[in-house]
Design a protein around this ligand. Sequence first.
Ligand code: ADP
Ligand code: MG
Length: 731
Amino acid sequence: MTNLRLRSIARVAEPRTIDSRHQGRKISEYFAENVFTEAAMKSYLSEDAFLSVMTATKTGQKIDRKIADQVGSAMKSWAISKGATHFTHWFQPLTGATAEKHDAFFQINATGKGIEVFDSNALVQQEPDASSFPSGGLRNTFEARGYSAWDPSSPAFIMEIGSGKTLCIPTIFVSYNGEALDYKAPLLKSLHTLENAAVEVCHYFDKNVTKVVPTLGWEQEYFVIDEALYEARPDLVFSGRTLFGHAPAKGQQLEDHYFGSIPERVYAFMLDFETESFKLGIPLKTRHNEVAPAQFEVAPIFEEVNVAVDHNQLLMDVMQRVARRHKLRVLFHEKPFAGINGSGKHNNWSMATDTGKNLLSPGRTPKNNLQFLTFFINVIKAVSEGADLLRASIATAANDFRLGANEAPPAIISVFIGSYMTDILNEIESKVESGKFTEESEQTLRLEIHNKIPSLMQDNTDRNRTSPFAFTGNKFEVRAVGSSQNCASTMTVLNTIVADQLITFKKEVDGLISKGKNREVALMEVLKRYITESKKICFEGNNYSKEWEEEAARRGLNNIKNTPRALDFMVTKKGIDLFVRNEVFTKEEIHARHEIELEKYIKIVQIEGRIIGELAVNQIIPAAIQYQNELINNIKGFREIGLDERHTEAQKNLVTEISEHVNAILKMVHEMTEARKTANNTEDIRDRAIAYCDTVKPFFDEIRYRTDKLELVVDDKLWPLPKYRELLFLR
Ligand code: ADP
Ligand code: MG
């Protein structure tokens, strides 16, 4: 009888039939066919109703009940014509996954006949039981009830699972008292705040702007491994990452995977999940291999932030389901394999006006460029002020393995802008001297800057891949977001800090104008001061280097390497005031979220600790002892046939080596369990999280060091867990 690992390896080689839905049609023929798009809405709604919905979604106004009735019935007719039998409110609770509870359209009428119904009540609001979603104490004080409420700014869609079709209505999820219990509600508020603040600032340059739309294009990294091997790794199944495993002889050192040809099996999987995504209106654009073996990336064309966030959540869901059809598993974990690159989710972010201008794209005229510089410098200033909040937004147990691990951005937030923009900012700083800066010198300076812009626009090669927050020509790219995270948490912070900054900027500039300053001069003077004040956050060098850590410390930038402490930034007075002032979170909501994040951290470390203990004791040590017995029998055999001790020297050393590891592992597993008990008895939740971080987690690496040593000496056919070389290279 062979062990599960060997049987799994055999399964990988078996021929498999794949139920692929890839159709080989032109994408444009079926793109968004499962989405209740504007076009679909138009054909199912009266002209009046359609226009009201469009206006409401554009301005963020509430949709009145009569219109909602019409939209509900239009949605139902459309969904039923597509074969949907059920509907669900689709939301994004703080668990990190998406949630749905399906209801049938089916109803029995007064005469006992079955009919299909869907009224606007069901569209506008539902009451899923909130008690099983994280609420951070918000529901203890009030009621367990939670409401999901329709978000008309993200289109409804039909999710096909096997032959089942369900109408999914994007919603926000709030408590009985209206506190947000999800990622979307605060995101929408932050977008609203930013849109208003940005429009106001745009009016310095163009009175025709009536709306600004923040945009997001994410790049999703992931690993793909075989299902059989995955199933033989309880650590992957229960924690999403490998808690054991010696580095393979060949990893990523030859750098032969990046942009290499995509393996055929993975390619079939990609085609299939892309097809499903296109039907759902997710505008996927690129696919390629990533740096690590078995690692890949997918990225769409950017969209409005809200829709882009929904599409990313939807994509992760689709990918996981389609992978199963292909007898594969996708890993979204930030660090599934030690010693090999982890996965991130770059968030490319900008703002666009309804006049068609990207506010972070250098323009063709000197005036446009002043507008560009205004937004560009305000974003840098915002990050300089709000870096700690951004850091907190990416703090998760899984991302801790990435940040600062010499392959991902460090835990220090800094901004990279490239040499051309650095020159331009230096020039502004040196030439704008308040008091002496006149209309005339402003014009000269603006022309000088304008002349530099063409070279800036070609400056796309000068990209610093080590920066956590980089300007890449016409957008900023937040690179520190974890691959499994909901983009909304970082986007909410970024939108809010930039909005707050723009509001302050407007006040300062208006203040100077009201004192009689020329508008452009006033703009330049405030911008100049911002450049000086944000210098400390700008860094052009290698973010992975030791020198940067030292330099950052001198500059007073924070470098918090673990989640429980990074989360402190959420609940500082400065952070709370910012969110409350901008009406994105209430104080209670922030404290609740802080608690939820700490709780998540504790649970993850706790679960990992338990799995490590179980696998070490129940699988790894028994395999080691079995091999040790074989060695002992071998030594005895030598003795029986009368051969000299010298022949068994090596075997004896191995027997002792195994014993040493086994003893050390058992001792540490025991100590780790005690540390968990002590941590669990810590009353305060933050102290508990710190205890898990400082006293439980350090055992992980130490235990692993020993088990990985055993992996190198124990007979291969006895080793119970699929090895790195198998997980990463067999397909
Ligand atoms: P790369 O950075 O890999 O060279 P691109 O610069 O073309 O590739 O785009 C990377 C991501 O940035 C894509 O998802 C793209 O849609 C997104 N992106 C491009 N322009 C914007 C923008 N104005 N706002 C938000 N995202 C954008
Ligand atoms: Mg990128």
